[in-house]
Design a binder for this molecule. Structure first.
Ligand SMILES: [Zn+2]
Length: 189
C-alpha cells in the first residue's frame, strides 16, 4: 500500500490530521476551562473517544470532515478513487458500529463535525457543555427519584418510569436531536 498516496495526497492527509488534532485540543481546553472534567483519547474504550466521562456515561467524537466523509466538505481524491471510496465506507461503517455499541449500553454519544466547531468554536463548546449538563442533571434526578417512595411502591420499572418528571424517552429524543446523523450519501454516489 506504500504507493497508494501521491506526495500531494500524503501532504493533504497530514494536514487533515494536524487540523483535527488542533481542533480537538482547543475544544478540550475550552471544556476544561468551563470546569468540565473528562479523559481524552481513551485508548481502552471502544472507538477511542476523543472525550469521555465515565461517571455520566458520556462519549464525544469530533469527526474530521475528510476522514469521516462529511457530506458537505469531503472531497474524494482524484487519484486512487476506489481506494478512497472504500476507505471512507469503512470509516463510516466503523462510526455506525461505535454509535450502536454505546447506544446499546445506554451511553450518551455526541458527534461533532469539524466544520461546526471551526465555524463557531465557543457556540459548539456551549452546546457540548449544555448537553453534558443536561445528562448530569438528569442522572442526579434519576438517582434521587429511584430512592424515593414512589420507586419503592412502583409495581414495575415501567410504572416508575412513567412517574418520573422527565421521561426517559424524552431525554433520548433530546440527545438524538443534538447528535449529528451519519450520512452515507457521500460514498453511495
Ligand atoms: Zn464538514
Amino acid at each position: 500500500m506504500a504507493d497508494v498516496f501521491t506526495p500531494e495526497q500524503r501532504r493533504k492527509n497530514m494536514q487533515a490530521i494536524r487540523s483535527i488534532s488542533h481542533l480537538e485540543r482547543r475544544i478540550a481546553q475550552e471544556l476544561w476551562n468551563r470546569g468540565i472534567r473528562f479523559r481524552r483519547n481513551v485508548k481502552n474504550m471502544f472507538g477511542k473517544p476523543d472525550i469521555a466521562i465515565k461517571k455520566y456515561k458520556v462519549v464525544i467524537f469530533i469527526d474530521s470532515c475528510f476522514w469521516h466523509a462529511c457530506p458537505k466538505h469531503c472531497v474524494i481524491p482524484k487519484t486512487n478513487t476506489d481506494f478512497w471510496l472504500q476507505k471512507f465506507k469503512r470509516n463510516q461503517d466503523r462510526d455506525a458500529k461505535v454509535n450502536e455499541f454505546y447506544r446499546s449500553k445506554d451511553w450518551n454519544l455526541l458527534r461533532i463535525w469539524e466544520h461546526e466547531a471551526k465555524a463557531d468554536l465557543s457556540g459548539t463548546v456551549d452546546r457540548i457543555a449544555e448537553w453534558i449538563g443536561y445528562i448530569r442533571n438528569f442522572r442526579i434526578k434519576d438517582e434521587a427519584t429511584r430512592d424515593d417512595a414512589r420507586y419503592e411502591s412502583a409495581a414495575s420499572m415501567e410504572e416508575w418510569e412513567n412517574s418520573v418528571s422527565i421521561p426517559l424517552g424524552q431525554t433520548l429524543k433530546i440527545i438524538d436531536s443534538l447528535t449529528t446523523p451519519i450520512s452515507n450519501e457521500t460514498v453511495a454516489k
